[in-house]
Design a protein around this ligand. Structure first.
Ligand code: F6P
Length: 340
C-alpha cells in the first residue's frame, strides 16, 4: 500500500482541518495509507508522525487551527536538519507528501523537491491572501469576516463616544484583509503596505469630515502599512514586536493633529482563530481532495490552485515567486468612501 504524508506548516488558519479530513477520506478511498506529520517540517525532522484514519479526522470541520499542530520552521539553511528530514522521509516509507501552508512552508517544499529529497504537492493557505498562482487561499474569508465583525462592534463605540478608532488588522506585506474588511465595515480610511499614505492628508480629510457633522471615524490599518515618514524600525524591537505597532503611531499622530480623541484596537490572532466560515471549509475540502488526485497523477512540485472558480494546479515555483498584491481597482473603489 502506498503512503502519503500530510503536514501543516507556518501560521495556523481556519480551514486546515478540512484539508486534513479530505486528504484522509479521499486518500483511503484511493487505497493510500495517510500519515499525519506533527508540527510542520519539524515533525519530519523529528520523525513525529502517526497514521490517520476516519476516527481521528471526524468532527473536525468546524474546528479552527490544525489537529496536526504547526511550527514556524525555516530549515532552508540547516543542512543537518535537512539530512534528518530526508532520512525520516525515506525510512517512514512515504511515497508522497502533501504540504499545506503559506509562502514560508511552500518555499521549503519547493527547495526539498528541487533537491530530489521529497515528492511533494502543495496546498495553499493564507489569511493574508498573499499567494500567487491561486485566486484564493483558504483562511482569508474567515479572517475578513472576523475583522469585519470587530469593525462593526468598534463602530458603535466610535459613534457613541464621538471618537476616532484605529483598527489594526493582520497583513505584513499585503493589505487584503484591511481592504476587504475595511470596505465591508465602512472604514473612513484604509492604510495598507502597498500604498504609502501621508498622514497629514488623512488628518485634513478627517477634520473636513468631522466639520460636516460626522463626529466619529473608523481607520483600518494593516500591521505592515506604509506610512510616509514612519519607518517600521522605529518600533522598539524586543519590548514590542516590530509589527503590531503602526496602529499606535497612526492614532497618536491623528489625535495630536486633529485634537479628536483617538483609540486603537489591535485585532491580532483573533483573526486567525476559531470556526472557519463555510467558504473556507468548502475550499479546504476541495483542495484536500484535489491534492490526493495530484498525488495519484504524479504531478509533484505542483500546488493546488483555484482559478476562475475551477480547481487546477500550478508549479509551486510560480506560487512563491512573488506575492499577490492588492487589486488596485478595489482600492480605488474603497477610496470613494474615504472620509466621506
Ligand atoms: O501569515 C499569516 C500571519 O497571520 C500574518 O498576517 C501575520 O503577520 C503573521 O502571520 C503573524 O505571525 P505569528 O503568529 O507567528 O506572530
Amino acid at each position: 500500500m502506498k503512503k502519503i504524508g500530510i503536514l501543516t506548516g507556518g501560521a495556523d488558519c481556519p480551514g486546515l482541518n478540512s484539508v486534513i479530513r479530505a486528504v484522509v477520506r479521499k486518500g483511503m478511498q484511493e487505497g493510500y495509507v495517510v500519515a499525519g506529520i506533527k508540527n510542520g517540517w519539524l515533525g519530519l525532522v523529528e520523525n513525529d508522525m502517526r497514521i490517520l484514519d476516519i476516527r481521528q479526522t471526524t468532527g473536525i470541520l468546524d474546528k479552527g487551527g490544525t489537529i496536526l499542530g504547526t511550527s514556524r520552521m525555516t530549515l532552508l539553511d540547516n543542512a543537518t536538519q535537512i539530512k534528518q528530514l530526508a532520512e525520516n522521509y525515506k525510512r517512514s516509507g512515504l511515497d508522497a507528501l502533501i504540504a499545506v501552508g503559506g509562502e514560508e512552508t511552500l518555499k521549503i517544499a519547493l527547495d526539498l523537491f528541487n533537491k530530489g529529497l521529497i515528492k511533494v504537492i502543495g496546498v495553499p493557505k493564507s489569511i493574508d491572501n498573499a499567494l500567487s498562482g491561486t485566486d484564493y487561499a483558504f483562511g482569508f474569508d474567515t479572517a475578513v469576516n472576523v475583522a469585519t465583525e470587530c469593525i462593526d462592534r468598534l463602530h458603535t463605540t466610535a459613534e457613541s463616544h464621538h471618537r476616532i478608532i484605529v483598527i489594526e488588522v493582520m497583513g505584513r506585506y499585503t493589505g487584503w484583509i484591511a481592504l476587504e474588511a475595511g470596505i465591508a465595515g465602512g472604514a473612513d480610511e484604509i492604510l495598507i503596505p502597498e500604498i504609502p499614505t501621508d498622514l497629514r492628508k488623512v488628518c485634513e480629510d478627517l477634520k473636513a469630515r468631522h466639520s460636516r457633522g460626522r463626529n466619529f471615524s473608523i481607520i483600518v490599518v494593516s500591521e505592515g502599512a506604509s506610512v510616509v515618514g514612519y519607518n517600521k524600525d522605529m518600533a522598539p524591537v524586543g519590548e514590542r514586536r516590530r509589527f503590531g505597532y503602526v496602529g499606535e503611531v497612526v492614532a497618536k499622530v491623528i489625535e495630536e493633529s486633529t485634537g479628536f480623541e483617538t483609540r486603537v484596537s489591535v485585532l491580532g490572532h483573533i483573526q486567525r482563530g476559531g470556526t472557519p466560515t463555510a467558504y473556507d471549509r468548502l475550499v479546504g475540502t476541495q483542495f484536500g481532495v484535489k491534492a490526493v488526485e495530484l498525488v495519484t497523477q504524479g504531478k509533484f512540485g505542483q500546488m493546488v490552485s483555484l482559478r476562475d472558480n475551477k480547481l487546477q494546479s500550478v508549479d509551486i515555483a510560480r506560487a512563491v515567486k512573488k506575492r499577490k498584491m492588492i487589486d488596485m481597482e478595489l482600492y480605488e473603489l474603497a477610496k470613494v468612501f474615504f472620509a466621506a
